[in-house]
Design a protein around this ligand. Sequence first.
Ligand code: AMP
Length: 194
Amino acid sequence: MLNIVLFGPPGAGKGTQAEKLVSKYNLVHLSTGDIFRANIKGETELGKLAKTYIDGGNLVPDEVTIKMLESEVDKNPNAEGFIFDGFPRTTPQANALEVFLQGKNTSISVMLALAVSEEELIKRLLLRGKDSGRADDANEEVIANRIKVYNNQTAVVADFYSAQNKFEKIDGIGSIGDIFERLSNAIDNHKIAL
Ligand code: AMP
């Protein structure tokens, strides 16, 4: 199985690139942010719980997020692999994912981390906020908090995969096509090394 963690701060382009990668490599795309938003739209209990955290730009508690992610993986028993987009965002999430995948005799193949400057992130998020309909993209204070939360709680997850020699940094600046090529090259090189 090819299991990729697509990593990077909010606005790095994870969602855009994940969509292109799933069709090229025949993977299942699991975006925890998208799943939460679908639950908010559907007014489920999970959606109601998640909304307060998401609106403030804070993380939904680990316990809730991990349970949700695991049940989404279980919905795809025949997947050739997964792209995890927006997960894991904390070290406990990374630990839980590792144990969960071990139970299925698989593991994370590689973490690809999109690197984008903070200035560029804010610019992209504000632009996206104009037409994404996402409240957390339209408010500069919430954007600033999401970047702060990323720096304080999420950035450290890179160390978890670094320690396993699974971390790869990808330049996230340039055209969508250029960045896609960089990611594809990293995946292809990784597959050869497997
Ligand atoms: P995203 O679409 O990845 O930017 O996620 C939007 C929001 O959903 C985040 O700001 C968090 O509030 C929540 N969220 C998404 N993924 C996670 C996660 N792995 N852990 C906790 N909260 C998450």
